[in-house]
Design a protein around this ligand. Structure first.
Ligand SMILES: *Cc1c(COP(=O)(O)O)cnc(C)c1O
Length: 393
């Protein structure tokens, strides 16, 4: 038993329900009282293989007994293995490993600024999107377009110009001689699963080429199979100059990556680094993850489960007169008719289903990529019951 007073040793940074999670396996989480939950958040789209996947647990324990951290001053075999896998299966040539999505995005911002100073006469501005989310460091908060953050931690890092998503004219109007890059998420996750259209991404690619600036995609949430292809940019048929990965790449452990095309890689020794960056323990986990995702049939399964969940959510939307179902693969959102998201999340948790309200009127679903049809059916069943209670039909 854990006393509630024990919670007070942690700084308050969010409201948490009074449950303590102690065990996880696949799509299921168990709390300290032994209650089981079907988890359709999965550590915030992080556990792409579910909780404590055997391949990752084994990779970690094998590597922990071999070598944990030789320091970033030396090459290590796991970082090399993972970097080569990423390069082989993407349009990029080089990788820098980081420990979180925010840190990978900091790296992307620094790389774009360095590139601007070397190749574009000191250009440093980055055009980013309203409602975009890039992390919680000072620079990535400054790059983010979350309205609630506007007044926080002033003064912000300067150099970010915000425009509405899917508005190519606004991007063109925001560009000038100081512009070094445009940065966005292929699907805005935290904003409530709002996709950039393929047309917009293709237009951005043409525009950034024409103006001679970089295109940066933040695939921290959409990458590593989440949207049904290894990376979301592949579905839009655009090749960015820089991409960041996080979340799914470590399947639950702190691992992230910054990838770039050869011609953009202008960091010089001393510009970028970090004590834990590219350590073989996390890289070994990343290797296990990418090998699993690349197995024949894995992404096909993810796409099929995505279709099944989408169909079920659309049926519930019809039944209760709710809004659209948005997203791709297994990053989906159901728009409600009222701002009852928090009440639904709480009732669902009481019934043993973990989901998220990305906005007060939007439910978000990001189960494990290897979730099963049975688990989707359980999720939809609980949701049906909860929506019935909340919307009284
Ligand atoms: C989660 C997220 C981040 C931040 O990643 P952390 O690992 O929490 O720092 C950045 N960008 C996007 C799109 C995200 O979803």
């Amino acid at each position: 038993m854990i006393e509630e007073s024990a919670y007070e040793a942690l700084m308050t940074i969010t409201q948490r329900p009074p449950v303590v999670m102690v065990y996880g396996s696949g799509s299921w989480l168990t709390d300290h009282a032994g209650k089981r939950y079907l988890d359709f958040i999965q550590g915030w789209a992080v556990n792409c293989l579910g909780h404590s996947p055997r391949v990752v647990a084994e990779a970690l324990s094998n590597q922990a007994g071999r070598l944990i951290s030789p320091s970033p001053a030396f090459y290590n075999d796991q970082a090399l293995r993972l970097a080569n896998q990423l390069v082989a299966h993407s349009c990029f040539n080089r990788v820098f490993f980081a420990n979180s999505g925010a840190e990978a995005n900091e790296g992307a911002i620094k790389l774009a600024r360095k590139w601007g100073s070397v190749h574009r006469g000191g250009a440093y501005q980055i055009v980013t999107m309203v409602n975009g989310f890039h992390g919680r460091t000072l620079a990535t908060m400054s790059a983010s377009g979350k309205p609630q953050w506007q007044e926080l931690f002033e003064p912000k890092v300067p150099g970010f110009v915000k425009v509405p998503l899917n508005d190519l004219d606004a991007v063109a109007a925001a560009m000038g001689p100081e512009t070094a890059a445009v940065m966005l998420e292929p699907i805005q996750g935290e904003a409530g699963v709002v996709p950039a259209t393929a047309e917009f991404l293709q237009g951005l690619r043409a525009l950034t080429r024409e103006k001679g600036v970089l295109l940066i995609l933040d695939e921290v949430q959409t990458g590593m199979g989440r949207t049904g292809s290894l990376f979301a940019y592949q579905q839009a048929r655009v090749e960015p100059d820089i991409m960041t990965l996080g979340k799914g790449i470590g399947a639950g452990v702190p691992l992230a990556a910054l990838l770039a095309k050869e011609e953009v890689c202008c960091f010089e020794p001393g510009d970028q680094g970090g004590t834990y960056n590219g350590n073989p323990l996390m890289a070994a986990a990343g290797c296990a993850v990418i090998e699993e995702i690349l197995r024949p049939g894995f992404l096909e399964h993810t796409r099929e489960m995505g279709e099944s969940l989408r169909y079920g959510l659309e049926q519930l939307s019809l039944k209760y007169g709710l809004g659209e179902v948005r997203g791709a693969g297994l990053l989906l959102a159901l728009v409600l008719s009222d701002a009852k998201g928090d009440a639904i999340v709480e009732k669902a948790r009481e019934q043993g289903l973990i989901i998220n309200a990305a906005r007060p009127d939007t439910l978000r679903f990001m189960p494990a990529l290897n979730v099963t049809l049975d688990e989707i059916a359980i999720c939809l069943g609980i949701l049906d019951q909860v929506l019935g209670e909340v919307f009284g039909r």
